[in-house]
Design a protein around this ligand. Sequence first.
Ligand code: DGL
Length: 277
Amino acid sequence: MKVGIFDSGIGGLTLLHQAMILMPQENFLFYADTDHVPYGTKSREQVISYVDDVIQFMISHDCKAVVIACNTATAVAAELMRERYTFLPIIGIEPAVKPAVEESAGKRVMVVATPLTVHEKKLKKLVERVDDAHLVDLVELPRLVEFAECGEFVSDQVTRYLQEQFSSYTLEQYGELVLGCTHFNYFKDTFQTLMPPYVHIIDGSLGTVRQLMRVLSSKGLLTLSQTETDQKENNNWETLKNDICVRYYTSGHLITDPLQLKTIQHLHERLELMRKI
Ligand code: DGL
């Protein structure tokens, strides 16, 4: 059986990438709902219906657990899906607001996300719960997902767009930047150049993969490493990538075209670079 991981598009590869590093013994089904990307500018009802279709696909493809590797879909639909599919472990990604507030040492925390995530109750409640000192600012970046889906990660246009979106904020007052959309990880190097050097950039993928491992383990579903050597090499992407079985789908279609698979490989390579920032 496999672990299903999905997003509206290439953002979810961030989480798959991290899962492949920490859980190299698992098989994965990665699903990018490219027919409907972006989710973040759609209505709640539309996103719920897309997520429901993907989860049914995952169930029919023998997934033992599903990770919603999309902050927007988690905010809108995770609770509802858990009520609907009680037999299936469903893990959602959330912006890493709590660790960011804990580490901010009194400096402000900027959370960047899609418009839908920013306006959802789930994120507002999370902020209320952890932000006693009122340090958190929520900033929507509606166009960044489009740039990512076009493969435009580093360009003057991207830099200008982010500069414009940040123009009304005093960036020196921030200590933490939370990437509240999985697509935003592709732009970590540009975020880094725009923010003061002391700003720490954080996202929710590591925490979500750890939660996935805890949930699978508590249900006896975690595939254990074969040997101690597997464990030791766990953190080395280069030694792992060729041995892990992943099937990639776009909106229900298995990707078999070598050129498309090569593109995915390049995205993993970019994510590996971004992971080290
Ligand atoms: N990657 C998704 C997220 O984490 C959203 C992208 C979209 O708007 O489709 O929020």
